[in-house]
Design a protein around this ligand. Structure first.
Ligand SMILES: [Zn+2]
Length: 120
């Protein structure tokens, strides 16, 4: 379960999970927004499949956060870990996108990238 506050750590957690065949849930937040993805190595798309083209500026500081956002996303992430552990429907091959301004929760389907580290 990744709860880190930077892209570099998220990509590292994803890589270690994929290389060691460990299921993993990764969440990210910024001000009023959040995203959650569940990785089942060799089965589902991974974090890098979705965010590989994202370039992070080298000197980017901490992203702004509204205090309730990590609470809500952290609770949803814990729920996702429980569901994944119990074999219940989860966010494999899906990306949950949370908009706390409009109180909208959207799930988009994601596809495993055949050129990604998870497909090697
Ligand atoms: Zn991948």
């Amino acid at each position: 379960m990744d709860c880190s506050d930077n892209f570099k750590t998220k990509f590292l957690v994803n890589k270690i999970a994929v290389e060691n065949n460990i299921k993993c849930v990764i969440a990210g937040i910024k001000d009023f927004y959040g995203q959650i993805i569940t990785i089942n190595p060799k089965v589902s798309a991974c974090y890098q499949c979705v965010f590989s083209s994202m370039e992070t500026p080298p000197n980017i500081g901490p992203l702004p956060v509204i205090g309730v956002t990590p609470g809500i996303l952290g609770t949803l992430e814990a729920l996702e870990v429980i569901k994944t552990t119990l074999g219940l429907p989860n966010l494999e091959n899906k990306l949950l996108m949370v908009n706390l301004i409009d109180l909208r929760f959207n799930i988009i389907d994601i596809v495993k990238n055949e050129d990604c580290i998870c497909s090697l």
